[in-house]
Ligand binder design. Structure first.
Ligand code: C5J
Length: 226
């Protein structure tokens, strides 16, 4: 299996592209466009758009070099049976999970707002994981899929840095994966949380992962292929 070396913090990471997956977390209209879950919680959804271009670059590199691509979507069954009442109860009482919004029912599977933004739409053959929680392993078949593919390294991008990206990296780190957050391809409604969230991952010698960026990921793959 050929390997690549990723320029990352706190130190470079050697990884095998064939044993690596790019995880694109929750790049859904519900978080990135007006009228969805993110805005219902009082956030400025425009702040997340900076991650779109870098996510597109990371996706292009992964697709070119045959790295497994996995997209996730946070959301719930139409009957909300998988949505904890404590989660539904949060935010503006007029705009809760399951309520009607301009993009359909908020954070409900099958609705327009629940789907991935056009710019990052999955291509045929890519895996899409629907997750009810913040972490991509909670109540999903992600662990089995990664095990079946022999994956040991996860390159993670998407939104939001300190919520679903962080929770997923923490879950994955405890399961033994090497996890890398691509800083420019993640974003938060709170720029300070984004910055500190990335600091937390790579602190203490990489307490639960590495931090790199989309250009370094692409060049690591190109260099290894050359
Ligand atoms: C949130 C997410 N922030 N995808 N979800 O509720 O980070």
């Amino acid at each position: 299996m050929h390997t690549a070396t990723l320029d990352a913090e706190p130190k470079a990471l050697t990884f095998a592209p064939a044993a690596t997956a790019l995880l694109v977390i929750d790049m859904q209209r519900d978080f990135l466009e007006p009228g969805g879950f993110g805005e219902a919680l009082g956030n400025d959804v425009g702040l997340l758009r900076a991650a779109i271009g870098p996510c597109r670059d990371a996706l292009a590199a992964a697709r070119e070099h045959k790295v497994l691509v996995v997209h996730t979507r946070e959301g719930h069954r139409p009957d909300l049976a998988c949505a904890p009442p404590a989660k539904i109860a949060r935010g503006d009482p007029a705009k809760r999970i399951g309520d009607d919004g301009p993009m359909g029912r908020i954070l409900v599977r099958g609705e327009y707002g629940h789907d991935i933004i056009d710019e990052l739409a999955p291509v045929a053959g890519e895996i899409v994981i629907d997750k009810p929680g913040k972490g991509a392993f909670h109540q999903t078949d992600l662990a089995q899929i990664l095990q079946n593919r022999g994956i040991d390294t996860l390159i993670v991008c998407g939104v939001t840095t300190e919520v679903c990206v962080h929770t997923t990296i923490r879950e994955a780190n405890d399961r033994g994966y090497h996890c890398v957050a691509l800083a420019d391809a993640c974003a938060s409604y709170f720029p300070e949380f984004h910055r500190v969230g990335l600091e937390m991952i790579k602190a203490q010698g990489g307490i639960f992962g590495w931090v790199s960026d989309s250009a370094k990921f692409a060049s690591a793959l190109s260099a290894a292929a050359a």
